[in-house]
Design a protein around this ligand. Structure first.
Ligand SMILES: *[C@@H]1O[C@H](CO)[C@@H](O)[C@H](O)[C@H]1NC(C)=O
Ligand SMILES: *[C@@H]1O[C@H](CO)[C@@H](O)[C@H](O)[C@H]1NC(C)=O
Length: 199
């Protein structure tokens, strides 16, 4: 009882599953879309705040900070420390040059550089992550809005390696979302056509 319709339907179902898997894996964002996390140039002082405002982060996504470890680092700090550029008591410190911060909980995450003076020069990033249902948590007045999450180095490899495979890091873009939606619609249409053809 194999027919082209059946294979088509299986293909469509497969496609649907693929789309769901892709969605649940999350995306890895290269912070600022820049090859290096560092002090923004005077011509583009607000590159990090602009970048975070133009992306929608979700639980399951991760942030990739790339930088020469001899020159910079990443620290996660509280909102107060973020606002006052106090870097003495970070929640989390990463300094391997190839730092991945996995977003595991909703909330607002604050990052800056561990190098004195860099925060004052706008090397700071605020990332808002909504709950799974899309609702943003109200800003936490004090303490830690979001826990340290989980951070790890993808490997002990040094900085230069990063520009190879990590370039493949998936990025959510409007275009990708549209393509996914179109693919999903097509898969549903194909399944419907198949079901109708059985009648
Ligand atoms: C963090 O993200 C990396 C890269 O995506 C992944 O390999 C690793 O398992 C994650 N770590 C944890 C603790 O989930
Ligand atoms: C999302 O979940 C939170 C906590 O469970 C709840 O307070 C909020 O009303 C929900 N929002 C929506 C839009 O369902």
């Amino acid at each position: 009882m194999y027919s082209p319709q059946i294979s088509t339907a299986f293909l469509a179902l497969h496609l649907l599953l693929l789309i769901q898997t892709k969605t649940s894996l999350g995306y890895q964002y290269k912070v600022g879309d820049l090859d290096s996390w560092g002090v923004p140039p005077p011509s583009n002082k607000h590159v990090y705040s602009y970048w975070s405002q133009h992306h929608q982060f979700q639980i399951g996504d991760s942030l990739l900070f790339l930088y020469p470890p001899s020159q910079d680092s990443v620290i996660q700090v509280t909102m107060q420390a973020f606002n006052s550029c106090s870097i003495s008591d970070p929640i989390l410190k990463m300094s391997d040059g190839n730092s991945i911060f996995n977003i595991t909980k909703p909330g607002t995450y604050y990052f800056t550089s561990g190098v004195p003076g860099h925060c004052q020069k706008n090397q700071k990033l605020e990332v808002d992550v909504p709950m799974a249902n899309g609702t943003f948590l109200p800003p936490a007045g004090d303490a830690v809005a979001a826990g340290p999450g989980s951070a790890m180095s993808p490997s002990s490899s040094a900085f230069p390696v990063v520009f190879g495979p990590s370039a493949a890091a998936a990025e959510r873009s409007a275009a990708t979302d549209v393509r996914m939606a179109v693919a999903a619609v097509w898969a549903i249409v194909i399944v419907c056509v198949f079901l109708v053809s059985l009648v």
